[in-house]
Design a protein around this ligand. Structure first.
Ligand code: IFM
Length: 440
């Protein structure tokens, strides 16, 4: 399928929508295990059913068609394809994505496939997960298996989603699966994920898999003041959140991690950075908000979050700063210059309370204002010369928001979890008109 010059899409991820955790031969992921352990997810919820997308995918494809998107970003569940992460392929799992891809293509919606959105096979976690270098090679094998089946129809591939968040929440802080609180000892998971990306790029290229991207979660970092301590703390945070995952891919080197009293030398081997820096067709950028950073009050990490005030906030409490998207994209262009490939904003959106009124409609004006403001910021970045080729709203439907369970609703479509009834919100209709206007 040929991609349009500009993609207007919506995004999702397997564990957040599919449910069916052990159906048709699927193996357990780290999220299946983590979410069932007490105290991990708000109100003891889990993603066992989520949006029941595994059974209702046809309805969700119709919602996409009605929205008028020309691309849909979804992720493949690694343990649905390889129940123990490697070895025997579960063909029924691949068949599910094959049917989904066909249905999207029939409606002229380009499939944008993410290979890893945090649901590592539990069997690989038992071998060390991303702390184990071998996981990178298993990921490359998995990428090749998926591409063998789908590369003829999927024009856009994203290797990993937000390796920073997976490292920080899953391995450093223990707030996400697999639940390790290793602080800076989590840093090897950055390298092993990036190595997995590089090895997977090689497999995808060997199969002519179309455009290949990595998606990073990026944030503009604002120092809390011009005091040298705050500037140094902001620089340290920028290094960890942004540069650690962009520099090796775009510049072929790691940033200076001395603020963390460590480096990656013990885990980086000859040839790794060449693989990691293989040319890409685009950089996926997920943007939600800037981060304001101050010097720490206590020993430990070399920064602390100073919070942002004076802006509206989402239901999550995240500040709504649309111009931060322009600032971020312009900053990437300034830092990486010609090394920066085209940008795809692979996620942007907000959680809102979204309570249906007595007629059952959801008038989510705050989400419309959020999206409108961020699209204006996207336009401003493009006017400044940033090459942007795609924008995906997070998310098509309300879904399972990780440690927050079903409490945060990000969807253009409301999901009643008791009945699985889908109801397009006002933002769905607004986005449809916006896409039509911009594509017309
Ligand atoms: O829901 C998540 C998604 O899985 C990754 N990016 C951020 C979203 C909102 O928190």
């Amino acid at each position: 399928m040929v991609l349009d010059d500009m993609l207007w899409g919506a995004a999702s991820a397997a564990y957040q929508i599919e449910g069916a955790p052990d159906e048709d031969g699927k193996g357990p992921s780290i999220w299946d295990v983590f979410s069932h352990l007490p105290g991990h997810i708000r109100d003891g919820q889990n993603g066992d059913v989520a949006c029941d997308h595994y059974h209702r995918w046809r309805e969700d494809v119709e919602l996409l068609a009605g929205l008028g998107v020309n691309a849909y970003r979804f992720s493949v569940s690694w343990p649905r394809v390889l129940p123990t992460g490697r070895g025997a392929v579960n063909h029924a799992g691949l068949d599910f994505y094959d049917r989904l891809v066909d249905a999207l293509c029939e409606r002229s919606i380009a499939p944008a496939l993410t290979l890893f959105h945090w649901d590592l096979p539990q069997a690989l976690e038992e071998k060390g997960g991303w702390l184990n270098r071998d996981t990178a090679a298993y990921f490359a094998d998995y990428a090749g298996i998926v591409a063998d089946r789908l590369a003829d129809r999927v024009p856009l591939w994203i290797t990993l989603n937000e390796p920073f968040v997976h490292m920080a929440y899953g391995y450093a802080l223990g707030l996400h699966a697999p639940g390790h609180a290793l602080l800076t000892d989590a840093l090897p998971t950055a390298h092993h994920q990036l190595l997995a990306h590089g090895l997977a790029v090689r497999e995808l290229r060997a199969r002519n898999a179309g455009r290949v991207l990595l998606t990073n979660n990026c944030t503009p970092v604002w120092p809390a003041s011009r005091a040298p301590e705050d500037l140094a703390a902001a620089d340290a945070y920028d290094t960890l959140h942004n540069r650690l995952f962009n520099d090796p891919v775009l510049l072929g080197r790691y940033p200076d991690l001395s603020a963390y009293g460590t480096d990656l030398a013990p885990v980086v081997r000859d040839g790794d950075l060449e693989l990691i820096a293989a040319p890409l067709d685009g950089l996926g950028v997920n943007y939600y908000n800037p981060t304001r950073i101050a010097a720490p009050d206590a020993p430990g990490l070399p920064f602390q979050d100073a919070g942002i005030t004076g802006y509206p906030t989402t239901a999550f409490g995240w500040p709504v700063v649309p111009d931060g998207l322009r600032e971020l994209l312009a900053g990437l262009r300034a830092r990486y210059g010609p090394a920066l490939p085209p940008i795809y904003v692979t996620e942007n959106g907000c959680s809102q309370p979204d309570v249906p009124d007595e007629r059952g409609t959801i008038d989510d004006r705050a989400r419309i204002a959020y999206l409108d403001g961020h699209l204006a910021a996207l336009d401003a970045a493009r006017a400044e010369g940033v090459d942007v080729r795609g924008y995906f709203v997070w998310s098509l439907t309300d879904n399972f928001e990780w440690a927050e369970g079903h409490h945060q609703r990000f969807g253009l479509v409301h999901v009643d979890y008791a009945t699985q009834r889908r109801t397009p919100k006002a933002s769905y209709h607004w986005y449809r008109e916006e896409i039509a206007r911009r594509s017309g």
